[in-house]
Design a protein around this ligand. Structure first.
Ligand code: CAO
Length: 442
């Protein structure tokens, strides 16, 4: 047995703050960084994390006690403990002195909570967690851990009655509220709330059904996941499907392969698609645009930087080719090759992934007939390419079916900006461009 004292760490300028919740009891096994208690000043509530892993032996204070840096919290047996963690208090909620409105961001008149500057970034409050939560004239009192719990379940603290001291909302209150909300008929929810409360997926112990393995997601996958989710939820997507006849284009590309190879270039279909897309963006400028954050203004771009989704061992990245309108197909093909290589070697610089106007996601080299790509917001559209295949196409002139190489196009667009008719116009324009390679020169 190795008994260690756990004391209140540096909590910035706060002195004699009140203990409002103790989340552990003797005998509990704690991981390093687990929340052990919550303290609250008149400005902020803070979770105090365990500085190391171990088993709680004895708790040396109680709810209502006043503590400062150095106060003894508890004794911990660290005999089987892991390496120490960087213990720092997590400031996660802010209670204003008075309240009159419903607000989820700090109103200008209230200063943000004082966050001790030494707290490592991972412990700094996120903007929502550190916000004022004021509901119809009364602040919603809850400890950071309860706030976090409520957030994970998509529960709105403003709608929950607290049963704790001074009306404080307890974990059980959140659980009961969620139970009632789940049991309520859906129609009850239709009129009142406009909030998008997405319930978290239930936790499933997959090991009970068979052998499993766990893999931590790569940094790129985690970031991409957050962005894709946000884009999917915020932009109302519509996907327009079409097919372009690329028989002649493909014949031309093949005829140029040797010459391109002599110049050290792999002349891919994607390079031609980039040119065709720029042509379509010129014809329909609302596709080369972004919605301003107020959602009321469209920002039209006069430059043509095109991104392409690139599959790498770490996940998806989107390098951007600048000024595609000023480059010829050979230059674009060269740049596509160089940027893909850099992406796969993890050497792509941040500025090579910024400033895109429109993205192309090509799965043509892999397979599939169509898919619904997610818009790379704040862009307003993305073009998906699937595998081209030979199809019988009826020719009205010869009154016969001809074998033609058809390229499937899947255009997802943000319906707040693009009308359905323009979606169809865009793919029709692309079809026209791609069916006659000479048009790409114009
Ligand atoms: N139809 C039929 N064949 C196609 C094709 C298509 N639409 N597109 C490419 N091909 C062929 C190429 O001609 C090439 O054949 P050869 O090896 O015989 O010359 C082969 O498929 C491989 O092409 P490629 O992948 O080397 O080149 P590319 O320019 O088509 O693609 C890149 C480059 C970076 C887009 C691709 O490598 C990639 O990463 N694709 C995945 C993108 C992705 O994950 N998108 C999903 C994002 S979710 O929205």
């Amino acid at each position: 047995m190795s008994i260690k004292e756990v004391i209140v760490p540096d909590i910035g300028n706060f002195k004699a703050v009140e203990v409002i919740e103790i989340m552990v009891k003797p005998g509990d096994s704690l991981a390093a960084d687990a929340s052990i208690m919550t303290v609250e000043s008149d400005k902020a509530a803070m979770d105090i994390p365990a500085p190391f892993a171990g088993t709680v032996k004895e708790i040396k204070l109680k709810v209502g006690d006043k503590v400062s840096e150095g106060s003894l919290i508890l004794l911990m047996d660290t005999a089987s403990a892991d390496a120490p963690a960087t213990a720092a208090p997590v400031v996660t909620s802010f209670t204003p002195p008075a309240a009159t409105a419903v607000a989820t961001v700090p109103p200008p008149s209230h200063p943000a909570p004082e966050v001790p500057t030494h707290i490592p970034p991972k412990h700094r409050p996120d903007p929502v967690a550190a916000s004022v939560q004021v509901c119809a004239g009364k602040p919603a009192h809850a400890s950071p851990s309860v706030r976090r719990f409520a957030r994970e379940l998509g529960a709105d603290l403003c709608r929950i009655e607290g049963s704790g001291p001074h009306g404080r909302i307890l974990k059980e209150d959140v659980q009961n509220w969620v139970k009632v909300a789940l049991a309520r008929p859906r129609s009850e929810d239709m009129g009142g709330s406009s909030g998008l409360a997405i319930p978290t997926a239930p936790q499933v112990d997959f090991a009970q059904f068979g052998e499993i393995d766990s893999q931590v997601l790569s940094r790129i996958k985690k970031l991409t996941g957050v962005n894709l989710h946000r884009n999917w939820v915020t932009a109302p997507h519509v996907t327009q499907f079409d097919e372009a006849d690329i028989t002649d284009l493909e014949a031309f590309r093949k005829s140029m392969l040797d010459e391109a190879a002599k110049r050290g270039v792999k002349l891919t279909l994607l390079a031609f698609l980039m040119k065709a897309v720029v042509n379509a963006l010129r014809a329909l400028p609302q596709f080369n645009a972004s919605l301003a954050p107020d959602g009321e203004t469209l920002i039209l771009k006069k430059y043509f930087h095109i991104g392409f989704a690139c599959d790498t061992p770490d996940g998806l990245v989107v390098p951007v080719i600048r000024d595609v309108n000023k480059k010829d197909v050979m230059d674009i093909a060269r740049e596509l090759g160089e940027l893909s290589e850099l992406a796969r070697e993890r050497k792509l610089k941040i500025d090579a992934m910024q400033g895109g106007c429109f993205t192309i996601s090509s799965l043509g080299g892999i397979g599939g007939t169509a898919f619904t790509p997610i818009i790379n917001c704040p862009e307003v559209a993305i073009l998906g390419l699937s595998r081209a295949s030979m199809k019988p196409v009826y020719d009205a002139k010869s009154k016969a079916f001809e074998p033609r190489l058809m390229l499937p196009l899947s255009l997802s667009y943000d319906h707040r900006v693009i009308d359905g008719a323009d979606g169809a116009r865009f793919t029709s324009h692309l079809r026209l461009m791609l069916s006659d390679v000479r048009r790409l020169l114009l």
